[in-house]
Ligand binder design. Structure first.
Ligand SMILES: [Zn+2]
Length: 615
């Protein structure tokens, strides 16, 4: 017999119709109903046809280029509404086949739209940039598109001639093969082991169950058994994993060389115009700031009363605490928590919370997780599955940060710059969580709650910052093996990972041989190389902004608020590094990382005090 690992009791699941309307989003803000949606869908289809008909006109002059840019904006705006109405409706109950069919209809239309617009970039790029720049000087309305147009030319620097591009496009058919094989090996074909638990019964050790045991099971023996069983799965095929990862590395190096980048990192960062030094500096500065991380784990070992302290002991809560955070109390706390961002920000947030924007509770068939959907021309919608836990409370703060970014960006940018890049997206969500934590800490009356809040914040820094930088470091070192014609073997990759663990955790951890193979179970390495560092740069940016917003004189803080709101209002109107620099964050310097290290240091000190107070 299998029994699930200890988990919190699931909240009562209600039918959607039984949930009060004030806890549901109101999609009539987008369209009154499916009839109006269909009309917009047809209009979109017509406009996509009209766009295709513009092919061959750009060279005729600025009016023609402007007409194409404007029609593209029109199509884009309509796309948000048509897509999200169907997609949000679908997420209310994914069992509904009729709505699923409509959602797929939009996806098919998108494929048609991308074919209908494929001519634009090559045709524009045939016109010399100075000519287009001249047009922008003469034509005021066209000047608005300057950044978008010039960035297309900048991206062009590494585009090959037609023959070269065709050759590269032929390789795309097998370039996802290492990842596809990884997914098959690590998910589809994996045989999850049964692990016996000390309290009796046994667990089928999926990744979800593995995480649940590490986060809730108070028996160190059970956690150790789960760790050993789970990592043995990867150790058993480690040479195959290494060979697949070598496929990723060689593919990336092939593309970088074909496009004449000096390194794979340079190729990966070119799209957002980020210098390689940002990632190198992030890695170096973080390695120099591991002491508070080690201090936290030494403290955990002492508080948990463990003889030895392992990787698998790092996520168990320090104290038991079962306070609930009902949605209404979270909503009450949010606007006061963002007081440091000023009255304008609070006013926008109250509007977002007032009604019809947020889908709060779980119901049968509803999509899991949480997101903020930027419906241009309407307002952001937020999907939650609020279950009264502390994590759920912070999720509301997080998604609200994304939504505020959308509100301010959409209000201040023309459509073409309204969307922001991933490189800045997690800055406002992280900052929103940090402000919420500060507020909750000032409100907390009991030491247990204080400990739980502090652990939540610290684990957030460890997981979204330190671990992601360690991952980025691993990816960089592994890619360099390929770039420098070094062999890529399972032993070599495991050695890199093990040395990184030791560089971060030092004497704070007792090391298990099996943790060497951890790299083989990180899907990001195989699916999206050089991606995870962005979580860390967002976190560091947010930490430095938080410092500027909450310390210093009134005048300094007012200036920091102004710079921060300007960042949110800037959307995607410039490269992310430039936008962040204007907000007071220079990611090519060590200060943002130091802000995270200082933040963690302060939180660990507060945690020590709260534990002492508990006695
Ligand atoms: Zn987010």
């Amino acid at each position: 017999m299998t029994s699930p690992a200890e988990t919190a009791p699931a909240p009562q699941l209600r039918e959607r119709s039984e949930i009060d309307d004030r806890f549901k989003w109101d999609l009539s803000h987008i369209f009154a109903g499916w009839t109006e949606w269909q009309a917009a869908f047809d209009e979109l289809d017509t406009k996509i046809g009209a766009y295709a008909a513009l092919q061959g006109t750009l060279a005729q002059g600025p009016e023609r280029l402007l007409a194409a840019m404007k029609l593209s904006d029109d199509i884009g705006q309509l796309t948000y509404k048509v897509w999200y109405f169907a997609s949000l409706k679908y997420d209310e109950d994914q069992r509904d086949n009729t709505i699923n069919a409509r959602r797929q209809q939009v996806q098919i239309l998108f494929a048609k739209a991308s074919q209908a617009s494929a001519w634009f970039n090559p045709e524009l790029l045939k016109i010399p940039l100075p000519t287009v720049q001249q047009w922008m000087v003469l034509h005021g309305e066209l000047a608005m598109y300057r950044f978008a147009i010039e960035d297309l030319y900048r991206q062009q620097e590494h585009v090959l001639d037609d023959k070269g591009e065709r050759l590269l496009s032929l390789s795309s058919r097998f370039s996802s093969n290492p990842h596809d094989a990884y997914a098959a090996l690590s998910t589809a074909d994996i045989k999850y082991p049964l692990v016996p638990l000390s309290a009796g019964g046994q667990v089928t050790l999926t990744y979800g169950q593995y995480r649940a045991i590490l986060a809730t099971n108070r028996s160190q023996g059970d956690r150790a058994a789960a760790f050993t069983a789970f990592h043995s799965l990867f150790a058993a095929n480690v040479n195959t994993y290494a060979s697949l990862y070598n496929g990723v590395l060689q593919r990336d190096w092939f593309h970088a060389q074909a496009r004449e980048y000096k390194t794979t990192l340079e190729a990966a960062l070119h799209g957002n115009n980020i210098p390689s030094a940002v990632v190198e500096n992030l890695i170096d500065a973080t390695k120099g700031g591991t002491e508070p991380l080690r201090r936290y784990h030494r403290l955990r070992k002492r508080v948990l009363g463990l003889e030895t302290y392992h990787n698998y002991d790092a996520s168990i809560p320090l104290v038991d605490f079962d306070r609930k955070y009902p949605y209404d109390t979270v909503v009450e706390s949010l606007p006061p928590s963002v007081a440091p961002l000023g009255a304008e920000y609070q006013r926008h947030m109250r509007e977002a919370l007032a009604g019809g924007w947020i889908d709060v509770y779980e119901n049968p068939g509803k999509r899991s997780g949480a997101y903020s959907a930027p419906v241009y021309g309407v307002h952001p919608y937020m999907l939650l599955n609020h279950n009264d836990t502390l994590d759920a409370a912070f999720t509301v703060a997080h998604e609200m940060g994304h939504s505020m970014h959308t509100i301010l960006s959409n209000a201040h940018q023309p459509f073409v710059y309204s969307a922001y890049t991933i490189f800045v997206a997690e800055v406002p969500s992280t900052l929103s969580e940090a402000l919420f934590l500060d507020y909750m800490l000032t409100k907390a009356t009991d030491d247990r709650e204080r400990i739980v809040l502090l652990q939540h914040a610290i684990d957030g820094i460890v997981g979204t910052f330190y671990t992601q930088v360690l991952f980025a470091d691993f990816e960089l070192q592994a890619h360099r093996l390929a770039e420098q014609d070094q062999p890529v073997t399972a032993d070599g990759l495991s050695e890199i990972y093990f040395n990184l663990l030791k560089a971060y955790y030092g004497d704070a951890l007792d090391y298990d041989e099996l943790s060497r193979v951890t790299w083989a179970r990180i899907p990001h390495f195989f699916s999206t190389p050089y991606y995870v560092y962005q979580y860390a740069t967002c976190f560091a940016s947010s930490a430095q902004l938080m410092q500027q917003l909450t310390t210093g004189s009134d005048v300094d803080r007012a200036a920091a608020i102004d710079r921060y709101l300007t960042l949110l209002k800037s959307g995607g109107s410039d490269h992310p590094m430039t936008l962040l620099q204007r907000a007071g964050v220079d990611l090519s310097r060590p200060e943002p990382v130091r802000a995270v290290v200082d933040q963690l240091d302060g939180l660990v000190t507060r945690l020590e005090r709260a534990i002492q107070a508990l006695g």
